[in-house]
Every structure is written in structure tokens, then in C-alpha cells.
Write a protein that binds this ligand. Structure first.
Ligand code: THU
Length: 142
């Protein structure tokens, strides 16, 4: 991924922090998901009084894209922090990693995960590294 594209995704993910709805944790997360067709789908975390009903920023972005018929992706950038301040890298939770793996399985190849902290960004070139031994459709007997 070119540096310019990485920076654009970081800026877009940071911009999403202002839409993050977090009355319970005040931990704000933003995501920018780059589709294969070069469209960028945005996401923020959306909390709920029934805590388990909360949706993470990454899944918001994935579900927005898939619900519009877009299912192939190149990269996702995730940023987050208390009150929207990026004090460290915000690592995707296990459920979001599982959702990422569905894409890998579907499109037949992995995509990049960009995490941006206070000073710099790290690019994980293969999202499968984030969820070894993942559960997938082949684990469901037909
Ligand atoms: N959160 C995300 O949006 N993405 C993750 O991958 C980790 C957690 C959100 C959910 C909740 O609103 C807040 O961060 C604290 O867990």
C-alpha cells in the first residue's frame, strides 16, 4: 500500500472519532476500510446501554460495505483512544478479527491492517496474523 493511501486512511479513521457514540466508556474508535474498488467505508464504535449490543468501529465499516454489495477489501485502518486521544495503538477485538477472517475466506486472500498510534503507524501486511487457527466455514459440517 502506498504511503499516500495509508495517510489518507489514517486521516479518514481519525475523522470518524467525532462520530463515535460512547456514553459508557468514552473510548472512541474510528475505522476506514478500503475496498478493492478503491471506495473507502468508514466506521465508528456505537455503544449501547445493553453493553453487548455495542458495535465496534471496524464492524460498522465492514457491515456498511457488505450491506451495499461490496465484499472485497484491501486494507482497514483503525485508530482509537480514551476521549478520542491516540495514546497507543488500538488493536481490533477478537470479534472484529473474526469478521475480518470472513473476508479473507471469501476473497481468497488477506488484506492489510493499519494501526495508528500517537507517533506512527504500523502496517500488518496479512490480517491472518491477528487470528491464528481461525474458525471458518470449513469447520461447519455440511
Ligand atoms: N472497540 C472498537 O470499536 N473496536 C475494537 O476493536 C475494540 C473495542 C470499542 C467498543 C467499545 O465501544 C469501546 O471500544 C471499549 O471497548
Amino acid at each position: 500500500m502506498e504511503k499516500e493511501m495509508i495517510n489518507q486512511l489514517i486521516d479518514t479513521a481519525i475523522h470518524q472519532l467525532k462520530y463515535s457514540y460512547t456514553p459508557y466508556s468514552n473510548f472512541k474508535v474510528g475505522a476506514a476500510l478500503l475496498a478493492k474498488n478503491w471506495q473507502v467505508y468508514t466506521g465508528c464504535n456505537i455503544e449501547n446501554a445493553g453493553y453487548t449490543a455495542t458495535n465496534c468501529a471496524e464492524r460498522t465499516a465492514f457491515f456498511k460495505a457488505v450491506s451495499e454489495g461490496v465484499k472485497d477489501f484491501q486494507a482497514i485502518c483503525v485508530v482509537g483512544g480514551k476521549a478520542g486521544v491516540l495514546t497507543e495503538y488500538a488493536a481490533p477485538c477478537g470479534v472484529c478479527r473474526q469478521v475480518m477472517m470472513e473476508t479473507v475466506k471469501r476473497q481468497g486472500k488477506p488484506f492489510e491492517v493499519i494501526l495508528c498510534g500517537p507517533d506512527d503507524a504500523i502496517v500488518i501486511s496479512d490480517c491472518r496474523l491477528l487470528l491464528p487457527f481461525a474458525f471458518d466455514g470449513s469447520d461447519i459440517p455440511s
